[in-house]
Ligand binder design. Structure first.
Ligand code: GLU
Length: 277
């Protein structure tokens, strides 16, 4: 059975891009007689608000979507994320990192490094905190933890690959193109990459339907699935909804919030037309 999900963060109003993503996933589930799940990505407690979560339910219901309850909240899953970090730590695949964003920018743009390279999470980590051999002792608490990408790739018994729209995608050279990604943030316990992989696996998601902006992150997710012995779902990265200048919509773009259209008298059918469904 096809199981898919929509996983918004309750940090602002849902806009047309979210509506497109959610309706597409809901339509695909319905067409396949499958299941559409809603998951609240509220890992970032400093930015998540209950008001926004309530508005997510309201907007999606208004659009005609439904989902099983109770809805999974990432904020309730920290023990699961932690136990997985323990496993990766024990395998020598993680190390603590105390670099700030500006430390990373400065190190990556040092003259001898050439122009800084960018990966799915921004500037590729230059390796400042990476130890020569795996750190010993217990998993550090309240520290940012990075995946040692060279070691992680060495653990693979066969090359990475996944299917998208009938094609096989084989990511290459992750140490150079992605680098040592953060799997635990100091303030949040886990990063997006770790939480999304564990949630999708535990919710038995068979099809991940999400925007093209996350396409580059998928290779990290497939790698984590392989390291953790989890199944890889089918991926569908859909086109992005853009404004009239071709810019992708941002959370702050209140003018294109679903609630704004509703207040101005639009119908759910109008929203479908606006996003080309
Ligand atoms: N919370 C993520 C976002 O809003 C979900 C990404 C995903 O679907 O994997 O971008």
């Amino acid at each position: 059975m096809l199981i898919t999900r929509f996983a918004p963060s309750p940090t602002g109003p849902l806009h047309l891009g979210h509506a497109f993503s959610a309706m597409l996933a809901h339509d695909m589930a319905r067409a396949a007689n499958g299941s559409f799940l809603l998951r609240i990505d509220d890992l970032d407690q400093s930015r998540s608000r209950l008001e926004w979560e309530a508005q997510i339910y309201h907007d999606l219901t208004w659009l005609g979507l439904s989902w099983p309850v109770p809805v999974l909240h990432q904020s309730t899953r920290l023990p699961r994320y932690r136990e997985t970090l323990e496993i990766l730590w024990t395998q020598g695949l993680l190390y603590p990192c105390s670099c700030s964003r500006s430390d990373i920018r400065a190190a990556a743009s040092a003259p001898q490094e050439g122009a800084p390279l960018h990966g799915p999470d921004g500037v590729i980590y230059p390796g400042t905190c990476r130890p020569a051999s795996p750190p010993k002792g217990p998993l550090p608490q309240e520290a940012a933890l990075r995946l040692d990408m060279v070691r992680a790739c060495e653990m693979l018994d066969k090359p990475l690959e996944y299917r998208e729209k009938g094609e096989t995608i084989a990511p290459q050279n992750l140490p150079a193109t992605v680098g040592d990604v953060v799997l635990a943030r100091r303030d949040m316990g886990a990063s997006y990459h770790l939480s999304v992989v564990l949630d999708d696996a535990d919710q038995q998601i068979t099809h991940v339907i999400r925007g093209q902006d996350l396409q580059d992150a998928t290779q990290i997710h497939v790698l984590l699935q392989r390291l953790l012995g989890l199944p890889t779902p089918a991926y569908h990265h859909h086109r992005l909804i853009r404004d009239e200048h071709g810019k992708r919509l941002a959370k702050r773009d209140d003018a294109r919030a679903i609630a704004t259209y509703r207040a101005e008298g639009a119908s759910p059918q109008d929203i479908r037309k606006l996003v080309g469904l």
